[in-house]
Design a protein around this ligand. Structure first.
Ligand SMILES: [Mn+2]
Length: 293
């Protein structure tokens, strides 16, 4: 009996949570947008320009496309960088259109804010319950489409160029890449959000704000499994007011949009056929680029 229910559980894994990126072309990485439609459109423009230039780009968002503030410029806290008004619904529509038109060339990892709609604890960042607020604003029909979109999002991306991508800090203990594919999103609605970052494995991947270098190293080794070696992990979730921060040899925290002043918004542009043995190899002006030069 136990074995059959175990098998059934294993068989119910229908959505791969580990995204394997192409082995060539350009990888563009954009972190937390939180409903900033202007920044989304700027990123889309960069992707389309790269496509037109024949660079064969893959555009990867690291999650938290949605949930943003709605306040007047005079009430805007200065520590949140440039003022904008949340347009999460329109951003979802435009993301869906882009991902459909360029299937296999555009992707998005699940963030803790998307997770709140498909099994995660509701988030209280801008509203007491912004998960309910967002679904109320867009209406049930659109909310159902967005839930289907979020439920299919991968949790981790890997590439042959030595780079992995996560939503939050990779403070997770895994035995191998197959463990990522087995992660279930459901059943966390009642979880305490303050405990999520400490819980394995999903909670850490969606909520952890930091990670010790040796934990990141062990995560990358386990994640690579029998595949190409991984040396670098890129993520957002946390705001870096300067736009990016290198942590040890392995981690790069990147801020493309939310909470950052316009000149400090950075995205990443990588050569998927290249090789990145350390975050020290990521150069400002080459791989680390300003969203608004
Ligand atoms: Mn987040």
């Amino acid at each position: 009996m136990l074995l059959s229910s175990f098998r059934r559980k294993r068989k119910s894994v229908e959505t791969p949570r580990l995204l394997r990126l192409p082995a060539r072309g350009r990888l563009l990485i954009c972190t937390d947008l939180h409903g900033n439609l202007g920044d989304f459109r700027r990123v889309r423009e960069l992707f389309l320009a790269s496509l037109a230039a024949g660079e064969d780009p893959y555009l990867l968002f690291t999650g938290d496309l949605i949930h943003g503030p709605e306040c007047e410029p005079e009430d805007w806290p200065t520590f949140l960088g440039e003022h904008y008004v949340d347009e999460s619904g329109t951003l979802c529509e435009e993301y869906l259109a882009l991902a459909e038109r360029f299937a296999g060339q555009v992707g998005c990892l699940l963030g803790n804010h998307e997770h709140s709609h498909v099994g995660g604890p509701h988030t209280p960042k801008f509203w007491p319950d912004e998960t309910a607020h967002f679904e109320e604003v867009v209406g049930e029909a659109r909310a159902a489409r967005y839930r289907a979109l979020f439920a299919a999002m991968p949790l981790v991306a890997v590439s042959a160029c030595g780079v992995a991508v996560t939503h939050a800090a990779p403070n997770a203990r895994i035995a191998g890449p197959e463990e990522i594919d087995r992660i279930s999103l459901e059943g966390f609605e009642q979880a305490d959000i303050w405990e999520m970052a400490e819980s394995q494995v999903l909670g850490a991947l969606l909520w952890a704000r930091e990670c010790r270098p040796e934990v990141a190293r062990a995560f990358l080794d386990a994640l690579a499994g029998e595949g190409p070696r991984l040396d670098v992990v890129i993520y957002g979730h946390e705001i870096v007011s300067e736009g990016f921060e290198r942590v040890g040899e392995e981690q790069l925290v990147l801020s493309t949009s939310f909470g950052v002043a316009r000149p400090n918004k950075y995205y990443l542009s990588l050569d998927l056929a290249g090789r990145y043995p350390s975050v020290q190899e990521l150069r400002v002006g080459v791989e680390l680029l300003r969203l608004y030069p």
